[in-house]
Ligand binder design. Structure first.
Ligand code: F0G
Length: 469
């Protein structure tokens, strides 16, 4: 595919935050002290942080100004009313439940609607969505489309497999399925978008079987941009109109507003069903806060009310999605294979392919992650056998992941293309020395979500030892 012109940032910089690259020797010391786990590093150890696009956005001058308008009244704050009106208009829903982030929305929602043994189909669950479903006794089932398992270059790889879903509904019965969820964009398979057609097909199927249809819409604006860019019939529609059309297909949404809310904290549920709203707010008041702040400060609600509008601006989204694509193409040119097409918020390097001499049991994704830190002070995250592997609790069998990936998520409005060029240059030096890289072994780990805290050791041969500075 031909590379499109790269738009320049549609904003200028008014406030800066210094970042510092430690020397190679200091980085070697720090990563060793962190037992080769990048989650154990401090922010001051890092030059470019691509760990996540969540809660890491830079706020605009309008958002900073709105922050001062925060009304911290406990009940009925004007800040909530502003936030509520933006969310209602955007999502086309009548009732808004504020909460402090995505997983608290999931907790409230699944606690309210799930019975033990219920199934929750999703195009692909995000980790916390899956964990919250399981936590309430539900069974999380993924229905990614066929292409999501391959290297095939197709648009809308985030789609749900409607045929498989339909068969599943027939097998299990609609009464065992209290909700079907669509994650837009589909984070777990690479930030891949979902087409309007697929959304409409799933919506029709849900209506036919009287199953509520919900979105997990952390990156709804990026998804709308992809629809405008790639789906026939949408090129001339505004992002706002596309977002409205998407939201009109579903009965409710859960959102982690730490992504496309362009804010550092926040989330919500929005629904049309008044009875469901009442049940959600009963629990909200017990676990998060009163129904007009839900665990957020008034100033956070103000910031979100502005962010949820700004994110719909075409120039912002065009720069955003193209910047991620530019970055992905630079990583590929550097000699590191990536997942394609490039998604909306991150570039996923295929470390399994790149470091084929390192077996999955020795975590090639971790090798690339540590190499990025050593080489450039860059923090990425392994999404492979370190995150998903371990031992089967029943059989003791050693599990490995389907793919050994490394995610480099791009925070919104934070880094310039020179920062990303810098990361790609580091990647190129790693690619040149890749045969010298060795794997890792875990020396200590927790029973659940081990990747956050585990300690590791390098297996020889290790390190590429290219002194940069
Ligand atoms: N749903 C999706 C699709 C997400 O990507 C996330 C978070 C959540 C729900 C949970 O939201 O963090 O506000 O509680 N994703 C982040 C990430 C953490 O790095 O991909 P949260």
């Amino acid at each position: 595919m031909q590379r499109k012109r790269q738009p320049a940032e549609p904003y200028r910089i008014k406030s800066v935050e210094p970042i510092k690259l430690l020397t190679r020797k200091q980085r070697e010391e720090r990563i060793k002290q962190a037992a080769y786990n990048v989650f154990r590093l401090d922010a001051t150890d890092i030059y470019i942080d691509l760990l996540t696009d969540s809660g890491t956005a830079a706020m605009s001058n309008r958002q900073w100004a709105a922050l001062m308008m925060g009304d911290e009244t406990y009940a009925g704050a004007t800040s909530f009313r502003r936030f509520e009106s933006v969310v209602k208009d955007l999502t086309r829903k009548n009732f808004v439940v504020p909460c402090h982030q995505g997983r608290s929305a999931e907790n409230l929602f699944f606690s309210t609607i799930l019975k033990k043994g219920d199934y929750v189909p999703n195009n692909t669950h995000f980790d916390t969505t899956r964990a919250n479903t399981l936590h309430k006794g539900g069974i999380a089932v993924d229905f990614p489309c066929e292409a999501s398992n391959t290297d095939e270059y197709v648009s809308f790889k985030g789609n749900m497999d409607v045929e498989a879903l339909e068969q599943f509904i027939h097998e299990k019965g609609a009464d065992k399925i209290p909700v079907i969820v669509m994650t837009v964009t589909n984070n777990s398979i690479g930030g891949q978008p979902v087409s309007m057609k697929n959304i409409k097909d799933v919506s029709a199927l849900c209506k036919q079987h009287h199953i509520p249809f919900f979105f997990d819409c952390a990156r709804f604006a990026e998804n709308s941009y992809f629809i405008k860019r790639d789906e026939p019939g949408y090129a001339d529609k505004s992002i706002r109109d596309i977002a409205h059309e998407m939201f009109e297909q579903c009965d409710g949404v859960m959102m982690s507003a730490k992504k496309d809310g362009l804010a550092n904290i926040g989330g919500f549920i929005a629904v049309n069903d008044e009875d469901l709203y009442r049940r959600l707010t009963e629990l909200l008041i017990i676990v998060e806060g009163f129904m007009t702040y839900g665990g957020l400060a008034g100033r956070d609600l103000e910031v979100l009310a502005v962010g949820l509008e700004e994110v719909l601006e075409f120039d912002y989204l065009d720069f955003r999605v193209e910047q991620v694509r530019y970055f992905g193409e630079r990583i590929k040119e550097a000699g590191i294979p990536i997942v394609e097409p490039i998604g909306g918020h991150a570039v996923f390097a295929d470390a399994g392919k790149f470091l084929s001499h390192i077996p999955a049991e020795q975590f090639p994704g971790q090798t690339l992650t540590v190499a990025l830190y050593l080489e450039g002070g860059v923090r990425a995250v392994e999404i492979g056998s370190l995150m998903f592997g371990g031992e089967d609790p029943n059989t003791g069998e050693k599990l490995t992941a389907r793919r050994e990936l490394v995610r480099m998520a791009v925070p919104r409005r934070v880094y310039t293309n020179s920062h990303l060029d810098y990361v790609a240059d580091a990647a190129a030096r790693i690619a040149e020395a890749k045969d010298k890289l060795g794997g890792y072994k875990i020396t200590r780990q927790a029973a659940f979500l081990r990747h956050f805290t585990c300690e590791m050791e390098q297996l020889a041969p290790s390190g590429i030892g290219v002194e940069m500075k």
